[in-house]
Design a protein around this ligand. Structure first.
Ligand SMILES: [Fe+2]
Length: 474
């Protein structure tokens, strides 16, 4: 417990109930934290205050995000806890105060509400797909926001949420969700909005957590089962292929356990797991799935991996229940990229061919060589398959909204892309002249994907934060 050295120190921090009342009415930058037990807060609290737990976690995560110049008032039962806590916060340079005599000294009215201040990424995804009336307020700085964002979100930096004018940008009839990288700034934002009577929900785990939500969609449950699993925050697409109770997972992402759950829901057991290529934009969960399910792990024999796996290459056949997966070497995105043809009806193209674009060859050096390979792969290997073959890629492009349906096309339709109508020389020219920013942390991610290095799931979320950048859109 913090002990006051001098009485006048605590006197500087004290605020009487009348002063707090007029501060709350004034519209000044203010945060009022109620430190009492949650049930006491729910039973009756000062309007505009938020329930807060002042523990060591809050000290590390929330406190540093509170903008300077914002007045903070702490409330407890009688002032005995709020006084030393305010002194501690003041010692960190915050303009912290406490309500003299605690809630007992408050002679104005109290409000009774059970206010929720958080929303999990899964709950947010559920609300988005249900078309609920939401306004997503991204509270990062404009330069962070312009780099990538949740489609449809608006940007009001945290500091501006204390300015009453900025609040007019928020539609009053909608549920507000505040968003930031890890859920700390957005929590302060939700507090700032609560002080102005807006009940906002802070996205737990922020954009890093959002990046880890997986959404399974059924491609087919015909002779064979194909489930497309979308990592919605990243646009990564992976697959569960099932036949006769056996499943193979293609290009899995974290969290690995989700594939076991999705396969089980289809009555399938994962027996094989494979990547199309060495990924640069996300951490592969192939090894992790093989470990937790005892499944056979397959990798391209044209790429370097420092762990043991079955190596496959051009012309190899992999059996799964009643189905056969034929391996074709399709270089151009990486030199060792493979595509998998399932029963001559479906082709898993990795990052070579997308629904509305083609792979980018410049994640490694030697762009010209890769562009030549890409042309050859597309025109002479993939287009040699039957036109009706369904193309199932490993990514979709950045887009303006969410599409809760399968990303797929046929080879016949894919051929209509402008890029694919170009002559060889024009194609090479165009591909080589298209430079796109590289995925965040791509060198580290490649290193993890080729090595035995283990990464905790939380680190995966942090490494992968940001958009996918594997495609050249046409
Ligand atoms: Fe890739």
């Amino acid at each position: 417990m913090f002990i006051m050295n001098k009485n006048n120190e605590s006197e500087n921090l004290v605020i009487a109930s009348d002063e707090l009342y007029s501060d709350l009415k004034s519209g000044m930058p203010l945060l009022v934290f109620d430190l009492r037990l949650k049930e006491h807060y729910t039973h009756g609290h000062i309007e505009g205050s938020v329930h807060a737990v002042c523990d060591s976690r809050a000290k590390e995560t929330i406190m540093p995000k509170i903008p300077k110049g914002v007045k903070i008032v702490l409330i407890d039962e009688d002032g005995s806890i709020s006084a030393p806590t305010a002194a501690m916060m003041a010692s960190y340079g915050l303009d912290a105060h406490f309500l003299k005599g605690g809630i007992k000294s408050w002679d104005k009215s109290l409000v009774k509400k059970d206010i929720h201040t958080i929303i999990t990424p899964e709950e947010l995804w559920h609300k988005i797909t249900n078309n609920e009336n939401l306004v997503l307020v991204d509270v990062r700085q404009p330069e962070e926001f312009s780099d990538f964002k949740i489609p449809g979100s608006i940007n009001i930096p945290l500091g501006e949420l204390f300015d009453i004018q900025s609040l007019n940008k928020i539609p009053k009839s909608k549920q507000v969700v505040t968003i930031c990288p890890h859920g700390n700034r957005s929590m302060v934002a939700a507090f700032a909005l609560a002080r102005n009577g807006i009940n906002a929900l802070s996205l737990v785990g922020g954009l890093a957590g959002w990046g880890q939500v997986l959404n399974p969609k059924v491609v087919t449950r015909d002779d064979v089962t194909v489930i497309q699993v979308e990592k919605i925050g990243k646009g990564c697409l992976s697959y569960i292929v099932g036949s006769k109770g056996e499943a193979m997972v293609i290009d899995p992402v974290y969290p690995a356990e989700k594939y076991v759950e999705f396969a089980r829901n289809e009555g399938l057991q994962i027996v094989k797991v494979i990547d199309t290529h060495q990924h640069a934009d996300h951490v592969s969960a192939a090894r992790e799935i093989a470990k937790i399910t005892n499944a056979q792990l397959y990798m391209s024999k044209y790429e370097q991996y420092d762990f043991t796996s079955n190596r496959v290459g051009d012309g190899d056949l992999i059996n799964l229940g009643d189905s056969t997966i034929r391996v074709i070497h399709t270089p151009g995105h990486t030199a060792g990229s493979l595509s998998y043809v399932l029963d001559e009806k479906y082709v898993f193209t990795g990052d070579i061919l997308f629904v509305d674009g083609i792979g980018r060859p410049d994640l490694r050096d030697n762009a010209k060589e890769f562009a030549e390979d890409l042309y050859d792969t597309l025109h002479h290997k993939l287009f040699a398959l039957h036109e009706e073959t369904l193309v199932l890629p490993a990514h979709h492009g950045e887009q303006s909204g969410y599409k809760n349906s399968v990303y797929q096309t046929t080879l016949r339709d894919a051929k209509k892309m402008l890029m694919l109508g170009l002559s060889h020389d024009k194609f090479i020219d165009k591909v080589m002249n298209t430079t796109l920013p590289r995925p965040m942390n791509y060198e580290k991610i490649i290193q993890i994907n080729k090595s035995l290095q283990q990464v905790p799931t939380l680190d995966v979320a942090n490494l992968e934060i940001g958009p996918n950048r594997c495609a050249i859109s046409t």
